[in-house]
Design a protein around this ligand. Structure first.
Ligand code: NAD
Length: 295
């Protein structure tokens, strides 16, 4: 069993930490939020007062923070690389931009450490159930070393290539998820206006060519799937403000690579308007509210 320093124990990091504890690992946790820390302490984690403390005398440091600047703050300014022992592996599971991720890989390497960018897909449901998909970027050795630990939090652990390529994979996935949430919303609002029962529409599309993960697992139309955020006041789940962050990461990547992503651009604009209307804390599937004032 490993010793783990876990930095960022919010909606995702909290249940991921709990799964590590349940698998028998020792976890030292750090978060700026006392409430988030209390949640994992109840499951057996030891709360520490600074990122550097979480990185002391551990085999792995896992970061699960909102944006690149937070990871930079914790790992570089927070003294993680100064406090860690030789052989400690840095694993960043946050979704951040490829450039910051590569900068962190370089900083870790310069300090004598290996790092893996390992963003996840599967949402809070997957984090809870330990069924996340990990998309990993880094050396083969770093991947081999982290694989067992990640398997205690996820089901699909995939090596996508060198430094930053886990993040590149995640950005492609989330651009698609953002577009798809909006697309499914359009179909359901239009269907409702045409007089269809949303559940009937769901039954047909979920077994037809229009099906998708968003539709079948997290349908944006309230009342269709009882356990979904949309049927529970759009409680996240995956917050709309995080979806906008990822859509913007996708558009920055599209610009940097000279690739046209017209659907990505349209969906990014829709999420930006949605957040401007004050819906950033709702689940990302609340984008359906942009299409119908009744929802
Ligand atoms: P969250 O806001 O619930 O949790 C983040 C935690 O980090 C918070 O508890 C916050 O207090 C803490 N934090 C922020 N800055 C910090 C710092 N400098 N030092 C220590 N703690 C700090 O966010 P989340 O939903 O858990 O998402 C985390 C990451 O996972 C994001 O990059 C997100 O895009 C990605 N992600 C989220 C989901 C999801 O469904 N929520 C799914 C896949 C990926």
């Amino acid at each position: 069993m490993a010793k783990v320093g876990f930095i960022g124990v919010g909606n995702m990091g909290g249940p991921m930490t709990r799964n590590l504890l349940q698998a028998g690992h020792e976890v030292k946790a750090f978060d700026l939020s006392e409430e988030a820390l209390n949640f994992v302490v109840q499951s057996g984690a030891v709360a520490v007062a600074a990122p550097a403390e979480a990185a002391t005398d551990v085999d792995f440091v896992v970061t699960m923070l909102p944006v690149g600047a937070n990871v930079r703050d914790a790992v570089l300014e927070g003294g993680v690389l100064n406090a860690a022992s030789p052989g400690t592996l840095m694993v960043d599971s946050s979704t951040i931009d490829v450039d910051t991720s590569r900068e962190l890989h370089d900083a870790a390497q310069a300090a004598g450490f290996e790092m893996l960018d390992a963003p996840v897909s599967g949402g809070t449901v997957g984090a809870d159930a330990g069924t996340l998909t990990f998309m990993c970027g880094g050396s083969t050795a770093a991947f081999a070393k982290a694989r067992g630990l990640l398997a205690d939090m996820g089901r699909n652990i995939i090596h996508c290539g060198g430094p930053g390529l886990g993040q590149a994979t995640k950005i492609c996935n989330n651009m698609l998820a953002g577009i798809n949430s909006l697309a499914v919303s359009e179909a359901f609002v239009m269907g409702q206006q045409l007089g269809l029962d949303p559940k009937t529409l769901y039954d047909v599309i979920s077994t037809s060519t229009g099906n998708s993960y968003i539709l079948s697992q997290s349908c944006p139309m309230p009342g269709v799937l009882p356990g979904s955020p949309s049927s529970n006041g759009f409680k996240p789940g995956f917050a709309a403000k995080l979806m906008l962050k990822d859509m913007r990461l996708s558009q920055a990547a599209a610009q940097a690579t000279g690739v046209a992503t017209p659907l990505g651009a349209a969906a990014t604009a829709a999420y930006a308007a949605h957040i401007e209307h004050g819906h950033g804390e709702l689940d990302a599937t609340s984008i359906i509210k942009q299409l119908s004032s009744k929802l």
